[in-house]
Design a protein around this ligand. Structure first.
Ligand code: ADP
Ligand code: MG
Ligand code: ZN
Length: 604
């Protein structure tokens, strides 16, 4: 799941908790109120041990009363009669009148009653006080609820978390050597701004970090603050976007006020595309967005040269950003944070393996080789999953098998051994996966097969894993065409062997279609259409081309897919024996590893 959703969920959970708390409080108050009423009512009930007011007055007149215990405010009294052992309860409708009456009797010497007036007991006091406060409490609770629902309340306090002492340093950031080298300069600016000012240099204002989620943008920003030992103030772009106009802008203002107070410091704005996307239309949300963006631009322009506040921002959608953000004096430095290469992956794995108990048989190099294209966050996640799996498996240390299982869990989802698969489905899956594997075996550009399995995992009925052992920056047209063939090998095998096709290939087809479309419309790989980017950055650019071009794109995509599908079928017909052998092994043992797979093709 991505960070943004996580944060949102946490926030929602928080306000939900508050709501539930308020509701529980209300319920408790109600119950307390009802109990209090019941107690009072019950204590007023009449039984054989009760004297009515008239009876009591009569007894007093007969001088038969020894003692009366009363509680202030209560309508009952304990009465001890001279001729009876047990105390009786008497009902007194008007205590003031009654007390006056008794005192009169005592004063005039007609009676020697002992009259005790006790203050109200606390027990009686609380519920009735609560009862009288109930309406006020409900009003307050309602107010808080409304406040929370509108997303105001204490959020204004939470918005900027200052991590004055970020413990993170460049040591914690693996790989990214060139990027770090570039950022060392920023660290130096923060440490000794006078040095640069004296020389007449303008201190850079903003640095934009581009990169996929999980590549370590937040991490490296924290590391800069940690290296320079300055406060790190962070906020996410999505938090600026508010329901109420002007709030986003005022938050930006507050954020920078704080930064000025704490300077030298780092301000980190995550997901800056949420506020800094291009100003296009004039819809409500957009206008609000613009105000926030404008405020940000004003703040960045307003720094004086003595204030060492460096604004770092992160985004994974650089093309979305408003050009105004990139002007000199604003985010004029841009650093791309790439997904790690083999060496980088190994270093990241090493960093995250430090605090884990790894067995000697775990080979981090081989994991790094198998995880081309993975981000730092995913690699960290793999090692964490390994520790969880090792614990589940009752191992003393994390074994290699635990790590391999974790890699698969992160890539294809959890193994579902208990799911019952019918024999027919099993056969279909076996041939489908064998189809992928056999076809790729005969395609020179395609990676070697690492493992084929027909044990369901996540949503997939089975999977074919390839050994990706090199990092590629460019992919050739031949390679893309062969990728299409390998993707359609599953469907081709189903058709060839079972003369029927299934829904199991839908994901393959989706991926293949996307690749073919990109080949034609993005990479200019179609001879008929030429090297033109038909996808465009702006939606209206597409309209530059007529329907005629649209038809041609469709036909070209179809031609690529058809060609690949035919080629897959040809290959499978040609190597039908291998297809049957692999599918046979899969049906027998459900999985086939790299070595076993290669053995089938021995001597070729
Ligand atoms: P981003 O901000 O780019 O989405 P993060 O900086 O939040 O990514 O990275 C998430 C986590 O992934 C980090 O906390 C760290 O554990 C791990 N990670 C990512 N890149 C690296 C790296 N280069 N070195 C070490 N750990 C990394
Ligand atoms: Mg981040
Ligand atoms: Zn498939």
């Amino acid at each position: 799941m991505n960070n943004k959703n996580n944060q949102k969920n946490k926030k929602e959970q928080k306000s939900n908790k508050a709501l539930i708390g308020i509701i529980i409080l209300l319920v408790i108050l109600l119950i307390a109120g009802i109990v209090a009423i019941v107690i009072i009512e019950n204590s007023d009930k009449k039984d054989e041990n009760t004297l009515s007011y008239t009876e009591l007055v009569e007894e007093i007149n007969n001088k038969n009363v020894e003692k009366i215990d009363m509680t202030v405010g209560s309508t009952t009294a304990k009465v001890k009669l001279k001729d009876e052992e047990k105390e009786k309860t008497a009902l007194i409708p008007n205590t003031e009148v009654f007390v006056e009456f008794v005192q009169q009797q005592k004063l005039t010497g007609q009676n020697d009653i002992e009259l005790n007036q006790k203050p109200r007991s606390i027990l009686v006091q609380i519920p009735s006080t609560l009862l009288s406060l109930l309406p006020t409490l409900i009003m307050v609770a309602l107010f808080i609820m409304i406040f929370k629902l509108q997303g105001l309340g204490e959020k204004g306090k939470v918005y900027d978390e200052t991590e004055t002492n970020t413990k993170v340093t460049f040591k914690d950031v693996a790989g990214l050597d060139e990027e770090k080298a570039e950022l060392v300069e920023i660290v130096d600016f923060l440490k000794k701004p006078e040095k640069y000012v004296k020389m007449g240099a303008k201190i850079p204002r903003g640095v934009l970090l581009y990169g996929k989620p999980g590549t370590g943008k937040t991490l490296i920003a924290k590391a800069i603050a940690g290296e320079a030992n300055v406060p790190f103030i962070s906020m996410s772009g999505s938090e600026f976007i508010e329901m109420f106009a002007g709030l986003g802008a005022s938050r930006v203002r507050k954020l920078f006020e704080k930064a000025r107070r704490l300077a030298p410091c780092i301000v980190f704005i995550d997901e800056i595309d949420a506020i800094g996307s291009r100003r296009t239309s004039n819809s409500g949300a957009e206008t609000e967005n613009n105000q926030t963006l404008n405020q940000l631009l004003v703040e960045m322009d307003g720094f004086s040269s003595e204030e060492t506040v460096i604004v770092l921002a992160a985004t994974n959608r650089p093309e979305m950003l408003d050009k105004a953000l990139l002007r000199p004096g604003r985010f004029d430095r841009q650093i791309t944070i790439p997904t790690p290469d083999l060496k980088g992956r190994l270093e990241i794995l090493k960093i995250h393996a430090k605090d884990k108990r790894l067995s000697d048989n775990v080979n981090l190099e081989s994991i790094a080789e198998d995880t081309a294209g993975y981000t730092g966050a995913e690699l960290a996640n793999i090692l964490n999953e390994s520790a969880i799996i090792a614990t589940k498996n009752g191992h003393d240390e994390i074994e290699n098998e635990d790590v391999e299982e974790a890699v698969k869990k992160v890539t294809v989802g959890l193994e579902k051994k208990e799911r019952v698969v019918s024999e027919k489905d099993k056969k279909l899956t076996a041939y489908h996966e064998a189809g992928h594997a056999v076809v790729s075996r005969y395609l020179p550009t395609q990676a070697n097969v690492k493992e084929v399995s027909i044990i369901p995992r996540g949503v997939a009925g089975g999977y074919t894993m390839y050994k990706t052992d090199e990092d590629k920056y460019y992919i050739s047209k031949t390679e893309m065409k062969e990728k299409l063939i390998a993707l359609l090998g599953g469907r081709a095998a189903e058709k060839l062997v079972l003369d029927d096709i299934s829904t199991g290939a839908s994901n393959d087809i989706e991926v293949a279609t996307n690749i073919a479309r990109d080949m034609v419309t993005k990479y200019g790989m179609s001879d008929k259409l030429g090297p033109i980017d038909f996808q465009g950055k702006e939606p209206y650019e597409i309209q530059m081309f007529g329907e005629d071009i649209g038809d041609k794109i469709g036909l070209e995509v179809k031609a690529l897919i058809d060609e690949a599908y035919n080629r897959a079928q040809q290959l499978l017909i040609e190597h039908r024996d291998k297809l049957d052998t692999i599918a046979g092994i899969l049906l027998k043992q459900e999985k086939i590893n790299e070595k076993e797979f290669a053995e089938v093709f021995d001597g070729e």
